[in-house]
Ligand binder design. Structure first.
Ligand SMILES: Nc1nc2c(ncn2[C@@H]2O[C@H](COP(=O)(O)OP(=O)(O)OP(=O)(O)O)[C@@H](O)[C@H]2O)c(=O)[nH]1
Ligand SMILES: [Mg+2]
Ligand SMILES: [Zn+2]
Length: 310
């Protein structure tokens, strides 16, 4: 029997079979996946093969090849990763200018890694109802920046419902992953779109202006008109990226465009003469914040040490 993994809590996986039942399942033995050292060998969004038993549960005996996956480094120092979800059509990156504040470096790292896995990203600027006039100006500036690069941006309030209706057509028949820092309102937004979802939400910490990591497991929810939403645990940031400069350049869309004018093929856009990217940064065709994010990812390769700060 085949099915789709819709939830994973510890060693149990909820698998929705093709005939519509949900069967609690465990992994049979310890099959390992090539290439990925992950704390969860099977992830939400995976298509799996099941062997049912008399107790009404099942063993996962095989997993289909993934189209893509979104991964984060585990919180501890081990080099293991955690797969947030597999086989997604698009990601909604939920960000907030304040309460909590999402950093541009976090946004850019998310965008670059999504480019690497070829997952299209839509930016959702949430909590518009809380912003002061200055914060709103800053938000509009950010939206313009990312729209210019080529990412669709939406301003919403998951609490008041303002702007949420524009998102509905984007979701039809698609598997959409919601990601972002803890406390930005991912679960609140899903509850707004799917009132029956009843996902747990919690206020952010007054003292630190950060979320409380309320959602602890990824979960896939079916949309009435076709498609799925995946709620995921808030992420603090990413581990290091170990990419060649040319590869990294291609994950920053606008930097990539300008890099075609660089004098040297293997230009790292840091010090080389005739670098078209450096010239574009100087002339403000490339935002300083984006260039800083590029540099921070480039440094990862040299240092190759774990950082948690983003
Ligand atoms: N004012 C306002 N509050 C919001 C909005 N969206 C979410 N919140 C509040 O922000 C807090 C955090 O929301 P959650 O939905 O739990 O955030 P989350 O992104 O799921 O967080 P994690 O599960 O920890 O990753 C809750 O108190 C929500 O009520 C919004 O648009 N406006
Ligand atoms: Mg949540
Ligand atoms: Zn260059």
């Amino acid at each position: 029997m085949k099915g789709l993994v819709i939830k994973n809590t510890g060693s149990w996986y909820s698998v929705k079979t093709d005939d519509g039942q949900v069967i609690e399942s465990k992994i049979k033995g310890n099959f390992r996946l090539k290439g990925i050292r992950s704390t969860n060998p099977v992830a939400v969004g995976d298509r799996v093969e099941l062997i049912t038993n008399q107790e009404g549960t099942a063993f996962i005996s095989a997993i289909e090849d993934r189209r893509n996956y979104i991964i984060r480094k585990s919180q501890n120092l081990s080099k293991q990763s955690h797969i947030l979800a597999a086989n997604v059509d698009q990601a909604f990156l939920v960000v907030t200018v304040n309460y909590p504040q999402t950093s541009t470096i976090f946004i850019d790292r998310f965008l670059a890694s999504a480019e690497a896995y070829r997952v299209p990203v839509v930016l959702i600027f949430n909590k518009s109802d809380l912003l002061t006039a200055d914060e709103q100006r800053y938000e509009r500036m950010m939206m313009t920046l990312y729209q210019t690069i080529g990412y669709a941006c939406y301003e919403i309030s998951a609490t008041t419902g303002e702007g949420v209706a524009q998102l509905i057509p984007l979701l039809k028949d698609k598997i959409t992953l919601l990601s972002g820092n803890s406390g930005v309102g991912k679960s609140t937004l899903i509850n707004r779109i799917l009132p029956g979802a009843n996902l747990r939400t919690a206020e952010i910490s007054d003292a630190h202006n950060t979320g409380m990591h309320t959602t602890t497991f990824s979960e896939m929810l079916e949309l009435p008109d076709g498609g799925y939403l995946i709620d995921t645990p808030g992420i603090k940031g990413f581990g290091t990226f170990d990419m060649e400069p040319e590869e990294l350049t291609s994950y920053f869309k606008e930097i990539f465009k300008f890099s075609e004018g660089c004098k040297f093929n293997n230009c790292t856009h840091t010090h080389e003469p005739g670098c078209a990217v450096l010239a574009a940064v100087e002339n403000h065709y490339i935002a300083a914040s984006r260039y800083q994010s590029y540099l921070s990812m480039l440094e990862d390769k040299d240092e190759n040490k774990y950082r948690e700060a983003y």
